[in-house]
Design a protein around this ligand. Structure first.
Ligand SMILES: NC(=O)c1ccc[n+]([C@@H]2O[C@H](COP(=O)([O-])OP(=O)(O)OC[C@H]3O[C@@H](n4cnc5c(N)ncnc54)[C@H](O)[C@@H]3O)[C@@H](O)[C@H]2O)c1
Length: 331
């Protein structure tokens, strides 16, 4: 039986890891760079499985997948997939929830320390021949300050563990957070307003869902200290970017470290690009050679699982079980 496996879009220089995993199961990959709904519908016609990176799989696109049994997404976030529609149609969704937890937590800390220690400004100053510590004034000692985590999921917990040596008080806001785990890690769970009011560093780790869209906006930035630094390695639209830019321009926030943006790639004339008090990266917090290989092979393996009649190793929509298309494997 030949199955049609379609990759909607990708940013990798080659597809060797995916092809290797699929070939072991006798499967071939059809790779596309589809972006618009119509391109996606044409590219995915007749697909038995779809692999997805950043292209938006809207309800219309998903409804066109009349044979598809699994959508396997690179990485953790599911915001590119309309999960309820896929679930209702009996399509498994696979992801890789454990492929980049170390990288993203390291990256959030790197952004936080870069801004807190003025490294962007120092780097530009020294390279332009300026030897003057006052270019970063004012910086403050970290010890004794408060780190706020917006969510207390897997990545936020790793940030808390790794930052434990810095002598910070750590607080977190997560309505579904585990109080016992928070206590174990010495983290205080608080409401969103308290998190905003008390954080000197606010690191964002919420998934992008309707409830978290613009969870940080003008009202939240107004509560924050003018010396506070915001870090986002989650998803761009969880922050109202226009409100963030205004707060940074007006001095109502001291700085930001951002890996993700409302529009990616970020526009060449975006005001954030001209700001001295922000450090930016290109939605790359997930990346290391190790995590890249792990994510890509595990994404392909989810597809092999389903094509061979098993549940995907990482099933992201367990509610699909009773509805799933095709043979459902024994567990
Ligand atoms: N920049 C990157 O390269 C990159 C890589 C991987 C993941 N991510 C992003 O990081 C996010 C977090 O990953 P994770 O592994 O920690 O996920 P996770 O599922 O372990 O944790 C998410 C947490 O968010 C909490 N949450 C949900 N709604 C909330 C709300 N309204 N307020 C506060 N908390 C809320 C959940 O209870 C959960 O504890 C992902 O969803 C993804 O978007 C980014």
């Amino acid at each position: 039986m030949t199955y049609r496996i379609v990759l909607t879009d990708y940013e990798f220089p080659d597809l060797a890891p995916e092809r290797e995993v699929l070939a072991e199961a006798g499967l071939e990959l059809t790779a596309c760079q589809a972006k618009s709904e119509d391109e996606l519908i044409a590219a995915c016609a007749g697909a038995d499985a779809v692999i997805n990176q950043y292209a938006q799989l809207t309800p219309r696109v998903i409804r066109s997948l009349d044979k598809c049994r699994i959508i396997s997404r690179y990485g953790i976030g599911l915001n590119t997939i309309d999960v309820p529609t896929a679930t209702e149609l009996g399509i498994y969704i696979g992801n890789v929830p454990d492929g980049s937890l170390e990288e993203v937590s390291d990256h959030a800390i790197a952004l936080m320390l870069s801004v807190a220690r003025g490294l962007g400004k120092f780097d530009r100053a020294v390279k332009s021949g300026l030897w003057d510590y006052t270019v970063v004034k004012p910086l403050y000692r970290l010890r004794g300050r408060t780190l706020g985590l917006l969510s207390f999921g897997n990545i936020a917990q790793r940030v808390a563990i790794k930052m434990a040596g810095f002598g910070l008080r750590i607080i977190a806001h997560d309505p579904y957070g585990n109080p016992a785990r928070a206590k174990e890690l010495g983290v205080e769970l608080v409401d969103l307003d308290t998190l905003c009011r008390e954080s000197d560093f606010l690191s964002v780790h919420v998934p992008l869902v309707a409830e978290t869209h613009h969870i940080l906006s003008t009202a939240q930035f107004a509560l924050m200290k003018p010396s506070a630094i915001v870090v986002n390695t989650a998803r761009g639209p969880v922050i109202d970017e226009a409100a963030l830019v205004a707060a940074l321009q007006d001095g109502r926030l001291a700085g930001a470290g951002l890996d993700v943006f409302e529009q990616e790639p970020v526009a060449k004339d975006h005001p954030l690009l001209g700001m001295d008090n922000v450090v930016l990266s290109s939605h790359a917090a997930w990346y290391s050679e190790d995590s890249e290989y792990e994510i890509r092979t595990k994404t392909a393996r989810n597809v092999v699982d389903v094509m061979q009649g098993r549940l995907p190793t990482y099933l992201a929509n367990p509610a699909v079980r009773d509805l799933a298309r095709g043979p459902v494997a024994a567990e």
